[in-house]
Design a protein around this ligand. Structure first.
Ligand SMILES: [Zn+2]
Ligand SMILES: [Zn+2]
Length: 245
């Protein structure tokens, strides 16, 4: 599997950047993971024909993870109208907050599927499972598995020990690390760089990529903070960069 970062900032982008959005591909499958602001224009660089997009997975309904769905639905509706798109696009997402969930649908652009812990989805031969995270609204971490390779995306979350089982044995863990540890308070619903390193270490992982970076901080400082606790392969997500799993 190949993961391409379309956007990696949160909860707002840096100049010229985008919020959460990732394209996961293999030979016959394209999956969009999150669709925050600025992601759609980047997606079209890699997937100009929406018929080739097999599914969309949305971790949660905060705008930095789903606001470009509001624009994507126009693209889908118009492409359907002019005969360039045959089917609604399958989307997998939480049903809460209900008002946000209802707002996403538009002229049948999406075929909506509600996600929960315990749900298992197959997109061609990629198996997808979910873990509820610690975040102010319903949010899921996601594991994508194929041929004994496992990729996990954290979604948004505070540090919590219950996540360790879920991320164990992942070949690549794309983990949110929004701020420096010294700035972390109880009201911040995210992890620091240090906590991302700690959770990966406790899970015995070999390779993590940090994402959902607050534009106000220096990515190198965040990387160094995580490196102090995590001795294995560690990178900061970069827009346009691909990672192989
Ligand atoms: Zn976020
Ligand atoms: Zn969030």
């Amino acid at each position: 599997m190949k993961l391409t970062v379309l956007g990696c900032h949160g909860p707002y982008p840096r100049a010229g950047g985008a919020c959460s959005g990732y394209l996961l591909e293999d030979e016959k499958t394209k999956i969009l993971i999150d669709c925050g602001n600025g992601v759609l224009g980047k997606l079209f660089n890699y997937c100009g024909d929406l018929n080739k997009l097999d599914a969309i997975f949305i971790s949660h309904l905060h705008p930095d993870h789903m606001s470009d769905l509001m624009v994507l639905r126009y693209a889908i509706a118009i492409k359907q109208m002019i005969g360039k798109l045959k089917q609604p696009i399958p989307i997998y997402l939480p049903a809460n907050p209900q008002e946000e969930y209802e707002r996403i649908q538009y002229n049948g652009a999406f075929h909506r599927n509600i996600i929960h812990e315990g749900v298992e989805v197959m997109i061609n031969d990629i198996k997808v499972t979910f873990k509820r995270t610690d975040h102010p609204i319903e949010c899921y971490g996601m594991a994508f598995e194929k041929n004994k390779k496992k990729f996990v995306y954290s979604g948004d979350t505070r540090y919590f020990e219950g996540f360790i089982d879920f991320i164990e044995e992942s070949n690549l863990f794309l983990c949110e690390a929004n701020i420096m540890h010294k700035d972390l308070t109880e009201t911040v619903p995210h992890m620091s760089g240090k906590q991302a390193g700690e959770i990966a270490l406790k899970a015995g992982l070999q390779r993590i990529v940090l994402t959902h970076i607050l534009p106000e901080i220096n990515p190198t400082d965040l990387l160094n903070e995580a490196k102090e606790v995590f001795p294995n392969i560690l990178e900061i997500a970069e827009e346009g960069k691909s990672y192989f799993i």
